[in-house]
Design a protein around this ligand. Sequence first.
Ligand code: ATP
Ligand code: MG
Length: 246
Amino acid sequence: MSVVLKNITKSYGSVKAIENIDLEIHPGEVIGLLGDNGAGKSTLMKVLAGAVRPNEGTIEVDGVDYVFEGSSDARAAGIEMLYQDLALFDDLPVVMNVFIGREITNRFGFLRYGEMRRRAMDIVNGFSVRKFDVRNPVGNLSGGQRQVSAITRTMAFGSRYIILDEPTSALSPSARDEVLAIVRDLASRGIGVVMVSHDLGHVRQVCDRVAILHLGTMAGVRDMATTSQDEIISLIVDGHAPNAAA
Ligand SMILES: Nc1ncnc2c1ncn2[C@@H]1O[C@H](COP(=O)(O)OP(=O)(O)OP(=O)(O)O)[C@@H](O)[C@H]1O
Ligand SMILES: [Mg+2]
């Protein structure tokens, strides 16, 4: 069981956004995806989430080879991506945001609002965050609660791999801690998580491994327990580990 990305290349015109990228994601682990602005993090994750078609490369999910034509294909394979803007509808209650496009209806086609509300509440209450009412419009929620709502949407449909693009940027310190706790929660439930981040502190706090992109290529993958801050920074900035001679 794992996601295996092999030899993924994506060009935009003459710009090679990512080139020959290999990466494995295991259930129950958190991988931090690091790299400078423009290194290719979002592009790689969009390929994994089916939003961008690679020019080359293969995606294997739990032993099956896939060609994703769109994000619904990736979703069907158990992969869900939360974009930085979260794509929530501010005017709608949390529960409708969770089930939008996949509403639970009875045999006459009417919405089963109570059932959806119960399911959404169960997921929210399972996280170690301050409780909130899923009947609230998303627009009334705090930044951390918005992030929880978006994560709840992925949990409601049994995703096995979740990609979070910069989930902690623009949050207050306490909301950040809540979101980081949820990231660990997800992993402890057996979900494989990729967290794109520019914050080395957050990555160190929750990630089991780090993958570092440099100018569109994979500079290295390291176990958090055995790498150092210096090594990670060198991989981000120079694309290689610090030289012994340096
Ligand atoms: N739709 C697009 N059209 C043209 N070029 C693109 C497109 N998307 C990304 N690129 C280019 O591909 C490269 C990688 O971009 P990408 O957004 O993946 O980087 P990133 O690592 O996510 O950066 P950031 O940290 O700033 O979010 C950049 O040179 C970018 O300009
Ligand atoms: Mg990006």
